[in-house]
Design a protein around this ligand. Structure first.
Ligand SMILES: Nc1nc2c(c(=O)[nH]1)N[C@H]1C(S)=C(S)[C@@H](COP(=O)(O)O)O[C@H]1N2
Ligand SMILES: [Mo]
Length: 199
C-alpha cells in the first residue's frame, strides 16, 4: 500500500528538487565581487579565446552582438548558499564562439577585466551549457553584476560565472583560478555540494 507524501516545499514555495542541497531561495540579486568593478569602454572591449597552440580568436563588442543570440532562463546557485530560480539572460553560446576554434584541450581558464580567473573543464562550456551574457531580465547587464558581459555557466556554482569576462585560455592541464586556489572546489557542482577542495 502506497502512502503518498506531498513533496517538501521550500520557504518560497518552490519544490525542493529545484534547490541543490544546502541552498535557499532568495528574490534579490546580491553582488559578490572580490575587487572593484572594472570599467570597460565598449569600443575597447574584446573577448578572446586562446588555444593551447597559442592561436588567438578575437571578437569586438559589435562582433559579439552580430553572432546568434540565445535567451536562456536558468537557475543560479552561489556557494554562499543563495539560489535564484528562472533568471533570464541574453547572450552568445560558447558553442557559437568555439565553432571554428581548433582545439584538443581539456580545460579552460576564464579571465576577466580586473584580473579574476576561474577554471573549468572545456566540456562544461559546450553543448548549450554556457554563454557570454550581456542582458539580464531584459535590461543591459548592470556593471556590478558583470556588465558589459559575463560568463554564465549555471550548472556550476556561480563563482564559475566570471563577471567582466575578457577571455578564455584553453589548456591541456587544469590550472586553478582565483577562488579555486583559495580552497574552493576545482569543479563546483552544486548538486554534489562541491563547495571546497575535497568535498
Ligand atoms: N570577475 C569576477 N567575477 C566573479 C566574481 C568576482 O569577484 N569577480 N565573483 C564570483 C562569485 S563568488 C559569484 S557568487 C558571482 C556573483 O555574481 P553577482 O555579483 O552578479 O551576484 O560572480 C562570480 N564572478
Ligand atoms: Mo559566490
Amino acid at each position: 500500500m502506497a502512502i503518498v507524501t506531498p513533496g517538501f516545499r521550500g520557504r518560497a514555495g518552490q519544490p525542493d528538487d529545484q534547490l541543490p542541497p544546502g541552498q535557499h531561495l532568495i528574490q534579490d540579486f546580491p553582488v559578490l565581487s572580490a575587487g572593484p568593478t572594472p570599467g570597460v569602454p565598449l569600443d575597447r572591449w574584446e573577448f578572446t579565446i586562446t588555444t593551447e597552440a597559442g592561436t588567438v580568436h578575437r571578437w569586438s563588442w559589435d562582433e559579439l552582438l552580430a553572432l546568434p543570440q540565445e535567451s536562456p532562463t536558468v537557475d543560479i546557485h552561489c556557494v554562499t548558499k543563495w539560489s535564484k530560480l528562472a533568471t533570464s539572460w541574453v547572450g552568445v553560446s560558447l558553442d557559437a564562439l568555439l565553432d571554428g576554434v581548433d582545439t584538443a584541450a581539456d580545460y579552460a581558464l576564464v579571465g576577466s577585466y580586473g584580473g579574476y580567473t576561474t577554471n573549468l573543464p572545456l566540456e562544461d562550456l559546450v553543448d548549450g551549457q554556457a554563454w557570454v551574457a550581456h542582458t539580464y531580465e531584459g535590461e543591459e547587464l548592470p556593471a556590478e553584476h558583470g556588465g558589459p558581459a559575463r560568463l554564465l555557466v549555471p550548472h556550476l556554482y556561480f563563482w564559475k560565472s566570471a563577471k567582466w569576462v575578457r577571455g578564455i585560455r584553453l589548456t591541456d592541464e587544469d590550472e586553478p583560478g582565483f577562488w579555486e586556489s583559495l580552497g574552493y572546489h576545482e569543479y563546483g557542482d552544486p548538486w554534489r555540494e562541491q563547495r571546497y577542495a575535497g568535498d
